[in-house]
Design a protein around this ligand. Structure first.
Ligand SMILES: [Zn+2]
Length: 688
């Protein structure tokens, strides 16, 4: 019929097309394995702001904070945070007090004003934006408005910290990130002029006075990222000069066999600085330096499960056993770095590390209700009390207990952990497609293909199940590529589209690309079959850890919670508001109510065969990181090791060398997800 019309006259056919859209033949969806190295090309996403030339292309582009609506367990974590410490820290923390706060003063003068406010706000505000929580958005806007309105004539802003007479830029770095998120949420143009004015001022600071203090010198990479963020939006070329100046004045994170300092949070946050600057320098050594930093730290202190390393305050020579811990801030910064590096390098290794930390380490830093947290969490941790465990750990004081009044930096900085994870669950691709990076229940709404707003609803209990279901909701048929990340542990992923099994070869690829024309109601099913895997840590006494897919498992230790007064057990630098109610916000010690000193009895030829997997009902409260209702448990045989005891520092002593001989009887042991284990043994000795 259309052909007949065409023959009659061109304009008539055009009219026909306008009033009666021709139904295109449905283009079949095809699947292929794609390596992310091939993802970037000379094209750039048309709808979301990616790197602008001469910066090198990004492999993936961040979507605005409101694009993803989380569901399932991830939404539950954010709701618990909203109802817990993150949402109520303004009632407790002296640094969030509105009295005498330097963040509310134009000259930056006030008793309270440092990193705490922006540390908290970067998570608190984003949770508000993501959940659409009016109260949280109102409270976040209160602080943002003061910041925007209090910029000084020279462009500077924020608390007037002047260590050794130099203007300290550190506290402003996380506040710039808050402004970037606020801009994603609001597109308020004041953010761009504000940041431009501030960066012009930074450009005037002589090098000998710029980024001189310890924190700002270590963490210049955060400032650098904000400069690129603004450059990509305004294209002001002088911003690239500032970027070079920041890189030159930041501590040297390019040393091959050393780091500028060994503070765990600095490492997790700053190791990415050279790879960030690589986007401008295009010097491969810069990119390599970030990889070298990561390997250096992991080789010495990171021969442990959970994605982090032993860096309780500072990594120390000789302290590399899995009983060494990591700061909650360190976990948040590592996950943030992983998400950024996935975008910058396209290397899915960073996504793997991010999942490892998110599933196995981060949730255990909190009480199950997210109403309190601890400073330090270790893979092997059999007590979480108010005692001083130094020098077994680096910090002197009550650094292991769950206390909402304590752990000054982590108390505020923990807020961003889950919400940044959720923001990066989906990313835009250079070919106007979408990539599913971190599988989680939820719904993504974004422009794709020809600019049509598409909505993909994702249903899954991943990582506690293998299957992920997607439904495509589109107003009309639209072509765009959809990328599904395949984790390295998954050998045989399966995909069906509308019930039809897709054929593809993955080879060394790490994404399945589904391309073609999508119609409303299309259904995609992705299965990522999980297997048991035993990892051996030869550098840590031949100990072993057990994985099922991305989940690591720990010994199920009975956890005895004892309530304490938060004010009486706080660390030396803790401060709280006069009316802060420690009855409403108690702290907890957790002590073991069962033996923990077991080794595993493993099948020598096939250690994976030693375990039995049990799948349990999904927890009624939708929170899988509480082991009373663990969705998956393992059983394995083991024996007690009587010589492996609590040492003079009150910590589980260093692992014995495996294989360990013990006369004890063989018993059945239950293992539970590491992320839900507040007390845990995750690196086990092997018994004969
Ligand atoms: Zn901290």
């Amino acid at each position: 019929m259309a052909i007949a019309v065409l023959k009659r006259s061109w304009w008539l056919s055009t009219l026909f097309l306008l009033v009666c859209p021709v139904k295109l033949p449905a283009q079949k969806i095809q699947a292929s394995g794609v390596a992310s190295e091939n993802l970037t090309s000379n094209i750039s996403n048309n709808f979301y702001i990616a790197n602008k030339a001469p910066l090198s292309r990004e492999y993936f582009t961040k979507l605005p904070v409101t694009a993803f609506k989380p569901g399932g367990w991830l939404k539950k974590q954010l709701e618990l945070q909203r109802d817990g410490l993150t949402g109520h820290l303004g009632e407790i923390s002296i640094w969030l007090s509105k009295k005498d706060n330097a963040w509310l003063n134009k000259e930056g003068i006030g008793k309270y004003g440092w990193e705490e406010l922006p540390y908290w706000l970067k998570g608190y505000a984003n949770i508000g934006y993501m959940l659409g929580d009016k109260n949280m958005i109102k409270e976040a806007t209160f602080w943002i408005e003061f910041v925007l309105n209090n910029q000084r004539a020279n462009g500077d802003f924020g608390p007037m910290a002047m260590p050794k007479g130099n203007r300290d830029c550190w506290t402003n770095m996380p506040m710039l990130w808050c402004l970037q998120s606020y801009y994603e949420y609001s597109t308020d143009p004041r953010v761009l002029t504000f940041m431009s004015k501030y960066f012009k001022w930074e450009l005037t600071i002589p090098d000998e006075n710029f980024l001189e203090d310890y924190w700002e010198k270590s963490r210049g990479g955060d400032n650098l990222y904000s400069v690129y963020w603004l450059y990509n939006r305004t294209g002001e070329k002088w911003l690239l000069d500032l970027a070079t100046k920041i890189d030159h004045n930041t501590a040297d994170w390019r040393q091959k066999n050393n780091l500028p300092n060994w503070h765990n949070v600095n490492i997790a946050q700053c190791f990415r600085e050279p790879a960030t600057y690589y986007m401008q320098s295009k010097n491969k050594d810069d990119r390599e330096a970030t990889y070298n930093n990561f390997k250096l730290v992991r080789n010495i202190y990171g021969q442990v499960p959970g994605g982090m390393w032993g860096g309780d305050e500072n990594s120390r020579k000789g302290y590399d056993d899995p009983r060494q811990a990591i700061e909650t801030c360190g976990m948040v910064e590592q996950m943030t770095s992983d998400q950024m590096l996935l975008r910058f390098t396209g290397d899915t290794y960073w996504a793997e590390n991010c999942e490892d930390v998110a599933f196995n380490t981060f949730p255990a830093a909190f009480m199950p209700d997210y109403k309190s947290l601890r400073y330090l969490t270790a893979p092997n941790m059999v007590t979480s009390d108010a005692k001083n465990h130094a020098p077994g750990i680096d910090n002197s004081g009550p650094f292991l207990m769950m206390n909402p009044f304590s752990s000054r930096c982590c108390q505020h900085n923990h807020a961003a952990g889950w919400v940044y994870y959720a923001e990066n669950a989906w990313m835009a691709t250079p070919d106007n497609g979408l990539a599913a990076q971190f599988y989680t229940e939820g719904s993504i709404t974004a422009k794709a293909g020809d600019g049509t707003e598409v909505n993909i609803v994702e249903k899954t209990k991943y990582p506690f199940e293998e299957e992920i279901n997607f439904s495509v909701i589109v107003p009309h048929q639209v072509s765009f590529p959809l990328y599904l990340r395949v984790p390295a542990w998954c050998k045989n992923p399966l995909v069906t589209v509308n019930g039809k099994k897709m054929k593809f070869t993955l080879n060394s690829g790490n994404y399945i690309m589904l391309s073609g024309s999508w119609k409303n109601g299309d259904k995609i099913k992705l299965a990522l079959p999980m297997e048991l895997r035993v990892r051996q840590w030869m550098a840590n006494k031949n100990s072993v850890s057990v994985n099922y897919g991305p989940l690591t498992f720990s010994l199920d230790i009975k956890e005895i919670y004892q309530q304490k007064d938060s004010k009486e057990n706080a660390q030396g630098d803790a401060k709280w508001q006069e009316n802060a109610d420690s009855q409403k916000w108690p702290s907890f010690e957790i002590n073991p109510g069962s033996a923990w000193n077991y080794g595993l009895l493993l099948d020598k030829g096939a250690p994976e065969k030693s375990f039995t997997i049990t799948r349990n009902d999904w927890p009624k409260d939708n929170n899988p990181f509480v082991n009373k209702a663990a969705p998956i448990t393992l059983t394995v045989k083991g024996k007690q090791i009587p010589a492996w005891v609590i040492d003079q520092y009150g910590l589980c002593s260093v692992l014995p060398q495996s294989p360990v001989h013990t006369e004890a009887n063989t018993v059945d042991l239950q293992l539970v997800p590491m992320g839900g284990a507040r007390l845990r043994i995750s690196a086990f000795p092997v018994v004969e």
